[in-house]
Design a protein around this ligand. Structure first.
Ligand code: KIV
Ligand code: NA
Length: 277
């Protein structure tokens, strides 16, 4: 199979072939991502916002992630699937982090897990990797920290912030992460980090100097009426097509246009006659 592995992704970085990652949250989005030919699927905890309608990713639970990951893995059997460890599922203790990562693999059938943070989660990363579970890091804007950050903002623009992100990136590589997501950091910082690591970086709002890119599928397909950050390029406006279609259906039912004879099933007059008697 063509399914990506941690080793193949390292090769892609060395060969300067950009890695394509996209989120998926259920069977149909997983089918689309796989048929569209992405290298990796992320079952992001962004599902809390784009499919469950929460204001942030904080309410998302491990059970939510397992539920969605199961649907995605059924829809994309030939694609590497990474699932997010949600808020508070890896902070309380290292054994709990390993247990929760293990559940995403054993119950959700994910291939790898992703978690946010740097120096403060290094011990958890090491322990999860020791258990045989591949780990993706996530630095820059960490949406699970939104209440501490005071909003979704670019990270690492000042010296202290930039230095901290670069140091954390090196620590995560050393701890055994096989890839690193960089969210909302200046292009030049992301490029410097990418050049400083041997594992691939995957950027979102982090410019073209990363080894790969990731987008949220609902954002790039325009299946959403939510405010989009400037890095979320829209390749379609499916919400318009979807709303227009529903409006057309509603109008046709009300006007008696749908269903037409071609949408119904026939029976013989003879049987009908007997039923009437
Ligand atoms: O949850 C998510 O979709 C993510 C990506 C934005 C990287 O973490
Ligand atoms: Na996430």
């Amino acid at each position: 199979t063509n399914k990506a592995t941690t080793v193949k992704l390292l090769d892609m970085k060395r060969e300067k072939r950009n890695i394509v990652m996209l989120t998926a949250y259920d069977y149909p989005t997983a089918r689309v991502a796989e048929e569209g030919g992405v290298d990796m699927i992320l079952v992001g905890d962004s599902l809390g916002m784009v499919v469950l309608g929460y204001d942030s990713t904080l309410p998302v639970t491990v059970d939510d992630m397992i539920h969605h990951t199961k649907a995605v893995t059924r829809g994309a059997k030939e694609t590497m699937i990474v699932t997010d460890l949600p808020f508070l599922s890896y902070h309380i203790s290292t054994p709990e982090a390993v247990r929760n990562a293990g559940r995403l693999i054993q119950e959700g059938f994910a291939d790898a897990v992703k978690l946010e943070g740097g120096r403060e989660v290094i011990e958890q990363v090491r322990a999860i990797v020791r258990a045989g579970i591949p780990v993706v890091g996530h630095l820059g804007l960490q949406p699970q920290m939104v209440n501490q950050l005071g909003g979704y903002k670019v990270q690492g623009k000042d010296f202290a912030g930039a230095q901290r992100i670069l140091e954390d990136a090196k620590l995560l590589e050393e701890a055994g992460c096989f890839a690193l997501v960089l969210e909302c950091v200046p292009t030049k910082l992301a490029q410097l980090i990418s050049e400083s690591l041997s594992i691939p970086t995957i950027g979102i709002g982090a410019g073209d100097g990363c080894d790969g890119q990731v987008l949220v599928i609902h954002d790039m397909l325009g299946i959403t009426d939510r405010y989009l950050p400037k890095f979320a390029k829209k390749y379609a406006e499916l919400n318009v097509a979807m709303t227009d279609s529903v409006r057309a259906y509603a109008g046709e039912v009300r006007d008696g246009v749908f269903p037409g004879p071609e949408h119904g099933f026939k029976m013989s007059d003879e049987v009908l006659q007997k039923v009437k008697e």
